[in-house]
Design a protein around this ligand. Structure first.
Ligand SMILES: Nc1ncnc2c1ncn2[C@@H]1O[C@H](COP(=O)(O)OP(=O)(O)O)[C@@H](O)[C@H]1O
Ligand SMILES: [Mg+2]
Length: 158
């Protein structure tokens, strides 16, 4: 796994992490997001951002692993987490999963232990969505509003 953590004095506003598609990717992603938000002065968003990152990475591990052609070699074995600070806080998770599967909010019954992740993403984010890049796989993303007074803050879209 490689990492690039921008320092506050850098003009970098993006963190990109390559994660193995295994359950251990979830705590690794959690640590990286908490660390980078601290560095960006966005500690107030840590709790929510970490929660949503964990759901998106867990989904990439659980639902995104059946890579078809044309993805080959390394691309089939990676999840890519991107965190971007630009007008809002964007969390994107790319997985090499097949085209036919679509992330969708499920109506979980009170005792269901699955089917709550995207409901949480939908409730706690300002916006979320997914798309299939031309090179394959799928990206699921969500956006959190920056705290009032943060540089680059944009008015809420919701
Ligand atoms: N990265 C993904 N790739 C394909 N399908 C996904 C992905 N993330 C979520 N989904 C679909 O959306 C559904 C809802 O996701 P979620 O609410 O996290 O529930 P769960 O992961 O417990 O099934 C999943 O059951 C799955 O069918
Ligand atoms: Mg899930």
């Amino acid at each position: 796994m490689s990492r690039t953590v921008p320092r506050p004095e850098d003009k970098l506003i993006e963190l990109v992490e390559f994660l193995a598609p295994i359950p251990e990717a979830v705590p690794v992603a959690r640590r990286h997001v908490a660390e980078v938000l601290r560095g960006w002065g966005l500690g107030a968003l840590t709790e929510t951002a970490v929660l949503l990152t964990c759901e998106l990475v867990a989904n990439a591990v659980k639902h995104g692993s059946s890579a078809p052609a044309p993805l080959t070699g390394r691309a089939r074995q990676q999840i890519v987490l991107t965190v971007r600070h630009r007008g809002g806080l964007f969390i994107e998770v790319w997985d090499p999963g097949a085209k036919g599967l679509h992330p969708q909010v499920r109506n979980a019954a009170p005792h269901d232990e699955v089917g709550r992740g995207l409901h949480m993403v939908d409730t706690l984010s300002r916006a979320w969505g997914h798309y299939s890049p031309a090179y394959g796989g799928r990206t699921v993303w969500c956006e959190l509003a920056l705290p009032a007074g943060t540089e680059g803050e944009r008015a809420s879209a919701r």
